[in-house]
Design a protein around this ligand. Structure first.
Ligand code: DLL
Length: 433
């Protein structure tokens, strides 16, 4: 089912006209309401009136996660707090989170964007939408929730975890659409098998899975294990959360909600726009955001756009699977983790050096993260009580900062290989091809 034919199936010229009109308004709005961005535009020698065509977007300066960090917490807000009705957040590079605020209209647009994805899953008001993304500052839970409410479906705000309870609700409440990370979907599928539940007897017909990269083989296992059709949903906190793009039944790229988010692919080195079909860094401009509008936000996701006709009837440009990132951000259990955050934690302990390595792996369906870190010169690991005490302290501090558990292994000073160039701080043993 197509939720909003007018926007999702618009004639290309009509869509481009709408995008240009909204881009001009958004740039003017941001110039007038966010002094930091006005300064950036002045420095780049560009004024809102210079945006005469969609291609003129290339004249505008980019916004990066560093700009967000420099303006922590609310320096990029374009509205006073009394007009902000919601805050969501995700990890930043500096140890300070990225804070994004939403107005009433932003919330409505977010609900609309996710509703389109739920409709791709076949959702109507008669469906029971089981939301097993985490609720809270992370956008997954409340984003999926907003979409389900927009459709008028019955929402089960499960949040993540307690898999036995998830399965009991799926059975008893006849959940028909499930929303969670693909790795959690696999965990649920395995528990379903373990408990001897027949997936065909579950009422769930489709799922909206995202927030992390996933593979074709994961898709196959989820579809079989839960007896449903899997859809991919992409998004990021800075732009809105889930719902920037979603895959339809054709499962061939994710349709971008182009009336709300304008996509570009740029060469990550030269930052020049690349033609459609070429792989580069994905950049998004919000076209109707009031709380924290983002003009040319560098997502750091590597991707390509597709504009060939989709048999589903939607005319919007699609984005392919995310192939990787241009920065060092890791997604572990759906949570964004920067090595720099770990470094800040380690730096607080004088017993530790800054020689460390993070090992990320996947055990079963779950990501694991382990920190190997050297003790300071002179400290030798032979006092078991001391080592245990330190482990507890460091693991606690890491959990506080990263929001996920990270095991710690201590090494004697000088154990880790020394870098002769760029230090290799991360070993990611997971495979996403
Ligand atoms: O992960 C928003 C979201 C929630 C999307 C629920 C989909 C479902 P952040 O925590 O800010 O926001 O992380 C954003 O996650 O830049 C990508 O690197 C990655 N990501 C998100 N969706 C996908 C996906 C949410 N479908 C970052 N495939 C993004 C691959 C994804 N990577």
């Amino acid at each position: 089912m197509i939720w909003n034919k007018e926007m999702e199936c618009a004639d290309r010229e009509v869509m481009r006209d709408l995008q240009l009109k909204r881009l001009q308004e958004e740039v003017k709005y941001e110039y007038e309401n966010v002094p930091y961005y006005a300064e950036k535009m002045d420095k780049a020698g560009v004024k809102p009136e210079d945006i005469r065509t969609l291609e003129d977007i290339a004249l505008l300066p980019f916004i990066t996660k560093e700009d967000i960090a420099d303006n922590y917490p609310t320096g990029l807000f374009a509205q006073p707090m009394e007009n902000i009705i919601r805050i969501q957040s995700s990890s930043g590079t500096t140890g300070k989170p990225k804070i994004i605020g939403y107005t009433q209209r932003d919330m409505e647009d977010w609900g609309e964007a996710v509703a389109r994805g739920l409709a791709m899953c076949g959702a109507t008001a008669g469906d029971v939408v089981h939301v097993a993304y985490g609720y809270g500052l992370f956008t997954g839970g409340l984003g999926a929730h907003a979409g389900a409410e927009t459709i008028g479906a019955t929402v089960l705000p499960m949040s993540s975890g307690n898999t036995a309870r998830q399965i009991a609700f799926m059975q008893d409440m006849k959940s028909s659409i499930i929303c969670c990370t693909p790795s959690y979907a696999l965990t649920i599928a395995e528990a379903v098998e373990r408990e001897g539940v027949d997936p065909e007897k579950l009422s769930v017909k489709a799922g909206l899975f995202g927030a992390e990269p996933w593979t074709k083989s994961m898709r196959g296992k989820i579809e079989k294990g839960l007896g449903l059709k899997a859809h991919d949903i992409y998004g990021l906190t800075e732009i809105t959360g889930p719902g920037v793009s979603i895959s339809c039944d054709e499962n061939n790229g994710m349709h971008i909600n182009e009336d709300l988010f304008y996509p570009e692919i740029v060469d990550p080195e030269t930052l020049k726009p690349l033609p459609i079909g070429e792989t580069g860094e994905l950049v998004f401009t919000t076209l109707r955001k009031q709380g924290v509008p983002m003009i040319r936000y560098r997502t750091r996701d590597i991707c390509r756009l597709m504009d060939d006709k989709c048999p589903c009837g939607r005319t919007t440009v699609r984005m392919d699977r995310v192939l990787g990132r241009t920065d060092d951000m890791l997604i572990v259990k759906g949570v964004n983790v920067f090595p720099s955050q770990v470094e800040i934690v380690i730096g607080k302990f004088r017993e530790l050096t800054l020689n460390y390595k993070l090992i990320v792996d996947r055990v079963g369906n779950s990501d694991t993260i382990e920190l190997m870190v050297e003790f300071a010169e002179g400290l030798i690991i032979d006092d078991i009580d001391f080592v245990e005490h330190m482990r507890k302290k460091v693991e606690h501090a890491l959990r506080e900062t990263l929001q996920i558990g990270c095991k710690v292994r201590f090494l004697n000073a000088g154990t880790l290989p020394r870098s002769e160039g760029k230090a290799v701080r991360v070993e990611d043993r997971r495979r996403f091809e």
